[in-house]
Design a protein around this ligand. Sequence first.
Ligand code: PMT
Length: 401
Amino acid sequence: MLAKRKILLCVSGGIAVYKAVALVSKLSQAGAEVKVIMTESARQFVQPLTFQVMSRNDVFYDTFDEKDSSVIAHIDLADWADLIIVAPATANVIGKLANGIGDDMVTTTLLAATAPIWIAPAMNVHMYNHPAVKRNIAQLHDDGIRFIEPSEGFLACGYVGKGRLEEPEKITELVTGFLSREQLLKGKKVVVTAGPTRERIDPVRFLTNFSSGKMGYAMAEAAAELGAETILISGPVSLPVPSGVKRISVESAEEMFQAVKAEFETSDFVIKTAAVADYRPKTLHDRKMKKQEGDSSIELERTTDILQYLGSEKSSQVLIGFAAETNDVSHYAKSKLERKNADYIIANDVTEAQAGFESDTNRVTVYGKQEFEKAFELLPKQELARELLKLIAEREMRNDR
Ligand code: PMT
């Protein structure tokens, strides 16, 4: 299943290095060509010879030991790989990569890499939960690095908890699934917006809506899985960044507009899943508004309709909007398709149970130009997102965009 795929395994120093040996074996059995780089600490646990024998390739561990004078080893290895796995990944190697430090063969290669990187951490449970380690992992998530979460169980240090390197079989299964997925959007840039916006009234209050970001994050995840360079412009939600996705966090409709505008020209697909506020308070009070006797009102002004703006500016970009409707779904969706000059509108009836805002599932109908219409059954948002992206990517490839 991994025939002819080139996998670079970066091994850093922890007791789980022994599992990395089994990982080389599993990857090789699946048909991959594997090369191994070790940190100095990894060499304290297992000799390079073990990895050399298992991979049938030279093992690299010294940045200055250039085995082939016609190339620079860490650049050459970074360019060679279809996919890079860091396993086990220590807090140290995670911290260095998150902060752009390249001071050995593993970290210089990782910094030079453009291939997808998968990190499989393994460490003591308290180390894994340390705020600095969590910060570094969050940073790498934001940089588009994929993580294979450690599993729970007995740790070599005597603790029981989360920190065990995931089993080699499972890592092999994950990367096999990733590499064998049709990379329909390889070489394409996809911008996804997700979540709600917040329109501030005063320092303690804002207008918003019920969007959880689940649908938009699922769309971004699906785009990354199909090989796209994926930018997720997200309103305030509490979801982790999907693997392989770069997140830009925004708060208001205006901030979302500016962020989308900055990415628009270089993008191939823009997917507007966000529930953007149509109105914001006309006045932003710099002090908390005090309650008074009797009723009160807030004057609102229109925000920019981002989708409509993009529709008027687009050249070759494929523009995909969502429509959250409570009635006459088909009528309103078709009218948005027309008015906003979108290529597709994905409509959901947000009054339906298990669909629309906040739920883990959704039911949508896609409307496109030339009367295109396709209804989907109720599906988990992640599965639905994959189906939607596949449908649109295949249709657009046929249109030879
Ligand atoms: O986040 P979840 O909890 O998973 O919920 C998912 C969802 C219900 C939010 C999602 O499936 C959805 O329907 N998103 C669109 C919500 C929406 O704002 O619909 P709309 O019909 O008001 O807007 C139509 C389109 O115009 C949308 O693509 C919207 O992003 C865009 N728009 C709207 C207003 C505005 N000022 N600028 C915009 O770009």
